[in-house]
Ligand binder design. Structure first.
Ligand SMILES: Nc1ncnc2c1ncn2[C@@H]1O[C@H](COP(=O)(O)OP(=O)(O)O)[C@@H](O)[C@H]1O
Ligand SMILES: O=C(O)C1=C[C@@H](OP(=O)(O)O)[C@@H](O)[C@H](O)C1
Ligand SMILES: [Mg+2]
Length: 170
């Protein structure tokens, strides 16, 4: 089984589940957002504030492209798979792409006030805005994913086991 790439909306648990999954598999874990922050030497909100979203997307694309030939468990950011150029990169990778699909309710429950603040895309957004943005992005996730795993009312451990089961039986 090849190590998967996790995609999906903010708060679905890509970072959390990816960490658990890598531990269970005994494989290295790479979180694209962590790599971006290390590369920039600053937090994502601070970079967004200074340079804006399109500069962030450029760095995101470069680090994704640089990382793709490795074999880690990879967690992307919520917007990564929604950029056409990144979709092509993800589809060309040999790793299976797994969409962690969460309901609006789960997404809102998962995102604490602190989580909300760490995500500049959500600044000044209401729950209704989030729901609309999420719906508009789902078409990209569906197009990019090899498999879809629903995360509602499941622990990270259960989700990790389900991903392994699904990939082993794919
Ligand atoms: N299955 C889960 N059950 C409960 N809380 C979760 C679950 N997955 C993620 N969380 C919580 O939701 C928040 C966002 O998780 P995170 O892994 O950062 O999501 P993403 O990387 O998809 O944006 C974190 O506070 C995390 O602890
Ligand atoms: O959805 C987005 O556009 C973003 C999601 C974030 O990652 P998470 O999905 O891990 O929160 C991070 O990449 C950045 O704040 C932009
Ligand atoms: Mg994350």
């Amino acid at each position: 089984m090849k190590n998967p790439i996790l995609i999906g909306f903010m708060g679905a648990g890509k970072t959390t589940v990816g960490t658990t999954l890598a531990k269970v598999l005994g494989q290295p874990f790479y979180d694209l957002d962590d790599a971006i922050e290390k590369h920039l030497g600053q937090s994502i909100p601070s970079y967004f504030n200074e340079k804006g979203e399109s500069a962030f997307r450029q760095v995101e694309k470069e680090l994704l492209a640089r990382h793709l030939s490795t074999d880690n468990v990879l967690a992307t950011g919520g917007g990564t798979a929604c950029q056409v150029v990144n979709q092509a990169l993800l589809r060309a990778d040999k790793r299976p792409v797994v969409w962690l699909q969460a309901s609006d309710k789960t997404t809102l429950e998962n995102l604490s006030a602190e989580d909300w603040q760490k995500r500049p895309i959500l600044a000044d957004k209401t729950a209704e805005d989030l729901s609309k943005l999420k719906a508009s992005r789902e078409v990209f996730y569906r197009k990019t994913a090899d498999i879809i795993v629903n995360v509602d009312q499941k622990t990270p451990e259960t989700i990790a086991e389900e991903i392994i089961d699904r990939l082993q039986n794919a």
